[in-house]
Design a protein around this ligand. Structure first.
Ligand code: CU
Length: 122
């Protein structure tokens, strides 16, 4: 997956390939091709819950309650302080079938568009 931003007014984006994977062990690799630090947090989506509508709770971030994992370690696995520009972070997760929203939860980044849906199904 690719984490991007651009200096100026262009929106921040989180894109991934593929967007559907089978349940079980899933390895994700997040490359930051932007100019700011980013991260990827994996949050379940309830049935019918739309993408991008999580409430901003504090500090311009959304709640990470229910998170099933994250890639936020600069050039490493799992949780850390963020993935630096030009670097990569990764994580190996066990995902049950369902829909997930992968987001960057740095202040303001979710609202700026850093989210994407991952479907986990056979
Ligand atoms: Cu970000």
């Amino acid at each position: 997956m690719d984490l991007t931003d651009a200096a100026g007014a262009a929106p921040m984006r989180l894109t991934m390939k593929p967007t559907k994977v089978p349940p079980g062990t899933v390895s994700l690799r997040a490359s930051n091709t932007g100019t700011l630090a980013h991260e990827v947090v994996v949050l379940p989506l309830a049935a019918g819950q739309p993408l991008g509508k999580r409430p901003i709770v504090s500090d311009s971030r959304v709640s990470e309650t229910g998170s099933v994992g994250e890639a936020s370690h600069n050039c490493g696995a799992g949780e850390g302080g963020g993935i630096a520009p030009g670097s990569t972070g990764w994580a190996t997760l066990t995902l049950q079938p369902g829909r997930y929203e992968l987001i960057c939860n740095f202040p303001g980044h979710y609202a700026a568009g850093m989210r994407a849906e991952l479907d986990v199904s056979r």
